[in-house]
Write a protein that binds this ligand. Structure first.
Ligand code: ATP
Length: 367
């Protein structure tokens, strides 16, 4: 990133060629990432993909096997945890149960020998930031789960760390509280301008909160991009599936007209798709199309496939249909309902724009 004075700004956090082993098991492989100062970056992936391991390596809680980690341009591989200027928030709030809110939040400041009046001022400010002003004397047990997580957040930001690490901080909260806290955390991050690294397996959380998303799978990075990029232009079949359960329709290129390819689906019907590269006839491809991009019934447009309703889930205003399109292939459509809800077993057309699909090659990479 270029600064106004033309100098290159140092990344807030940089990973170079990181491998992390637990004994013989390789939990993270070839991990390289530069995180811009003040940005909100999410590590997203299924359970066991290595996201927590990466997060913990920043804090020094896990040793890296190879590579380098820098914070603000300074290598930290050999710097002990307490000298790394990092705020941490975990899934479990990890508050001291017998200490007051004040003492919980003040912990990092006392530890850093900040003078008493300054501690009181900063704790007050942090509690205001998390919208719990005046709660200094309460005990954690007197607070709701969401409030406790706010206190944990206040404790993490009170000493103005260079980096804030958030490991699934919302997963212990109920659905409503989770949504509220998403907005809240994002707001606090913007207000403080702190660099935040967030770990989750929840795609909605990642899409709604992040400036950039790092999608991980089995210890490796699948794709790095903005929420729109990873959603609209998934680099791999894994990303397409993990973010929003895309429909994956395997087939063979039947004919090609410039960038327009006609694809014979294994399901037995044909579709046209736009490809950034001119494809060869006979090539095996997978047509990837999101449930939200499908139209059904009389409003089906573009590629029109004949199908039969397998199941219907009414969501109020919209519905998710599972539609059989032949040879055991089922396509999911998430669509607005204007008129009557189609019933199970009914014949129905399903359509999508040739430009709405992404093509993957045989190895699962975007063409
Ligand atoms: P989750 O969302 O379930 O926490 P994750 O993506 O954060 O998953 P990690 O916790 O980073 O995954 O774990 C990555 C892999 O390393 C997993 O296969 C896990 O079993 C393994 N692992 C994690 N910690 C250790 C450890 N201390 N010793 C051995 N293996 C470990």
């Amino acid at each position: 990133a270029a600064r106004a004075d033309g100098q290159l700004e140092k990344p807030a956090v940089e990973f170079r060629d990181i491998d992390i082993h637990y004994g013989k098991f390789v939990a993270v492989r070839d991990f390289s990432l530069a995180i811009r100062k003040g940005s909100f970056v999410t590590l997203l992936g299924p359970s066991g993909c290595g996201k927590t391991t990466i997060l913990r390596s920043i804090a020094g809680l896990v040793d890296i096997s190879t590579g380098q980690i820098s914070i603000g341009g300074r290598r930290v591989d050999d710097i002990p945890i307490y000298k790394r200027n990092i705020g941490l928030v975990f899934q479990s709030y990890a508050l001291f149960p017998h200490k007051s809110v004040f003492d919980n939040v003040a912990f990092g400041l006392k530890y850093r020998n900040v003078p008493k009046p300054e501690i009181a001022r900063r704790v007050g400010k942090a509690l205001e930031m998390v919208r719990l002003p005046g709660s200094e004397k309460k005990l954690p047990s007197q607070l709701s789960g969401g409030q406790q997580q706010r206190i944990a957040l206040a404790r993490a930001i009170v000493f103005e760390p260079e980096v804030l690490l958030l490991d699934e901080p919302l997963s212990a909260l109920d659905a409503n509280m989770r949504e509220e806290m998403r907005v809240e955390i994002k707001k606090i991050q913007k207000e403080t301008g702190i660099t935040a690294i967030f770990v989750t397996h929840d795609q909605e959380e990642a899409l709604s909160m992040s400036d950039r998303i790092v999608v991980m799978n089995a210890g490796r990075i699948e794709q790095i991009g903005s929420p729109e990029e990873v959603y609209e232009a998934p680099a791999t079949a894994f990303v397409a599936d993990f973010l929003g359960k895309a429909n994956m329709l395997p087939g063979v290129v039947a004919s090609v007209d410039g960038q327009k390819a006609t694809i014979a689906l294994s399901a037995g019907q044909q579709v046209t798709a736009l490809s950034p590269k001119v494809l060869a006839s006979g090539a095996r491809v997978t047509v990837v199309v999101r449930p939200q991009k499908l139209s059904v019934g009389t409003s089906a447009t573009g590629n029109r496939l004949a199908g039969k309703v397998v199941s219907t889930s009414y969501l109020g205003g919209s519905a998710i249909y599972e539609i059989g399109i032949g040879e055991g292939t089922i396509i999911r459509a998430n669509t607005q309902i204007d008129g009557r809800l189609a019933r199970e077993g009914e014949a129905i057309d399903v359509g999508f724009d040739p430009a709405a699909c992404v093509l993957m090659d045989e190895k699962g990479f975007r063409i």
